[in-house]
Design a protein around this ligand. Structure first.
Ligand SMILES: [Fe+2]
Ligand SMILES: [Fe+2]
Length: 144
């Protein structure tokens, strides 16, 4: 098989199309773990963990908004997923919350949003599963 054929195959049939969805679901657990740590009484851990958390959450949201939701919509004849508007609304709220100092009240508010938000993505019937159904098993179009 030639190199050109290999690169076309790689572009049209991802070897592990399901992995991005698993990575995103695993990151939900890591973010929950960070919240657990920040809400504990370990003051030194809170500052460092909050810095990682406030970098990770917006990146996670950007991947969902700019890649996964967009890809799902494109492959769904231009129609957004049913949950897309709700997820985007939550994302805006979470992004705003990461601008706040990590007070117990602010952390509790983030946890409250994520507790409802994450199951909408990785729970049964969640958006990540819908995205996987919509995107994960179809070959990507190759132009040219
Ligand atoms: Fe999300
Ligand atoms: Fe997420």
């Amino acid at each position: 098989m030639s190199t050109r054929t290999n690169s076309v195959k790689a572009a049209s049939a991802p070897e592990h199309p399901h992995r991005i969805y698993e990575v995103m679901a695993a990151e939900h657990l890591r973010l929950d773990g960070s919240l657990d740590l920040m809400q504990s009484r370990k003051r030194n851990a809170n500052v460092e963990t909050y810095q990682i958390f406030r970098e990770t959450l917006p990146r996670h949201i950007r991947i969902e908004e700019r890649i996964l939701l967009q890809m799902a919509q494109e492959r769904n004849d231009g129609k957004p997923l049913a949950l897309a508007a709700k997820l985007r609304l939550d994302h805006g709220e979470l992004a705003a919350m990461t601008m706040l100092p990590p007070t117990p009240k602010a952390l509790a508010a983030v946890r409250t949003v994520l507790k409802v938000h994450n199951p909408l993505e990785d729970g049964p019937g969640g958006a990540l599963r819908a995205m996987r159904r919509t995107c994960g098993h179809r070959p990507t179009r190759v132009s040219g």
